[in-house]
Design a protein around this ligand. Structure first.
Ligand SMILES: Nc1ncnc2c1ncn2[C@@H]1O[C@H](COP(=O)(O)OP(=O)(O)O)[C@@H](O)[C@H]1O
Ligand SMILES: CC(=O)N[C@@H](CCC(=O)OP(=O)(O)O)C(=O)O
Length: 303
């Protein structure tokens, strides 16, 4: 049987014995996979533990997994506990000085350490870091503009300490990879004047994947992938499809930056980007080791 013959059901049966699964895994040995684990997908502890085991398994078969995590709902819950109001513009949290402190505490302090401990508990060797460690993510303030429909004048929107990655220095990731260590990255960047920047986790995952020229960028979320108007999963989309689906209102909200991140990553040298459901047990393994995958694969149209 070749890798192309394996069905999802067969994969699940084989996953119980590593030795049987190995032939299907070898094709990716030595490759780097960037996996973004979204805050919504983290909810269920059993699924989170399975996620950690999947990541360790990738490492055990010779793949270099790099995890970037989110934590939007968890930041929201902490801000609510502290009675700090939070608003979003284009899916990005407006982040004032007080908010950025909480964002860093929740992402780098709580979630990053939980996930790192989980991967270590699953038998891997993981190290948690943020964009501040090893000069990983140099960021600058993100500027957003919006055209006022009545006056047609473009207004600059101030999102506060929301950053965009400018320079990704992958040396720390490569050093960890060489030692068999799994990096777990919180989406925090360091600004030119020592500022802490809150960066959308999808954006960080895309930028890190492009800088590493990763073989795959996997964005784990709380839906099965990109769906059409009838709610059916679309297994594969090109940049042209994505533009059309945004324009006709099929792709909305948080899914817009996700698909845009995928296209930028593919443009930046990532072989393929996939949006998939992180709440489904073993979704990472199913996506990587079955021929058809489970989510929506996004690629550029052939020139
Ligand atoms: N065409 C679409 N297909 C699937 N999900 C979509 C689509 N358009 C908008 N969405 C929304 O995008 C959400 C995923 O984005 P988001 O909530 O930002 O995820 P995460 O927290 O994992 O980063 C889905 O839960 C869904 O509500
Ligand atoms: C600027 C911005 O919006 N940053 C995000 C960072 C966390 C994130 O992206 O988490 P998810 O992947 O779980 O949504 C935030 O503050 O929520």
């Amino acid at each position: 049987m070749t890798a192309a013959d394996i069905s999802r059901a067969e994969w699940l049966a084989k996953a119980s014995t590593l030795s049987e699964a190995l032939p299907y895994m070898r094709r990716y040995a030595g490759k780097t996979f960037v996996v973004k684990y979204g805050g919504h997908a983290m909810g269920d502890e059993t699924v989170a533990e399975l996620f950690a085991r999947n990541i360790v398994l990738l490492r055990q078969v010779g793949i270099n997994p790099v995890v970037v995590h989110g934590g939007g709902p968890q930041i929201g819950a902490m801000l609510a506990r502290l009675k700090i109001k939070s608003e979003f513009i284009d899916g990005l949290r407006v982040t004032d000085r007080e908010t950025v402190e909480i964002v860093e505490m929740v992402l780098s302090g709580a979630i990053n350490k939980q996930l790192t401990a989980m991967v270590n508990g699953a038998g891997g060797v993981a190290v948690g870091l943020s964009g501040k460690d090893g000069g990983l993510i140099r960021a600058e303030k993100l500027t957003r503009t919006r055209r006022d429909p009545e006056s047609n004048i473009e207004k600059v929107l101030d999102l506060g300490f929301v950053g965009e990655p400018k320079v990704i220095d992958v040396s720390i990731i490569r050093a960890l990879e060489k030692s068999g260590i799994i990096p777990i990255i919180a989406p925090i960047g360091l600004g030119p004047n020592g500022e802490t920047f809150n960066i959308n986790a999808d954006t960080v995952a895309g930028a890190v994947a492009a800088a590493l020229k990763a073989t795959r960028l996997l964005l784990l979320t709380d839906v099965s992938g990109v769906k059409d108007k009838a709610g059916d999963l679309m297994p594969e989309l090109t940049d042209g499809d994505v533009r059309r689906l945004i324009a006709d209102g099929t792709i909305t909200g948080g899914m817009i930056p996700k698909v845009e991140t995928c296209l930028e990553a593919v443009d930046g040298g990532v072989e393929a980007a996939v949006i998939l459901d992180g709440r489904v047990p073993n979704s990472v393994l199913l996506e990587i080791f079955t021929e058809h995958g489970v989510g929506t694969l996004i690629r550029r149209e052939a020139a």
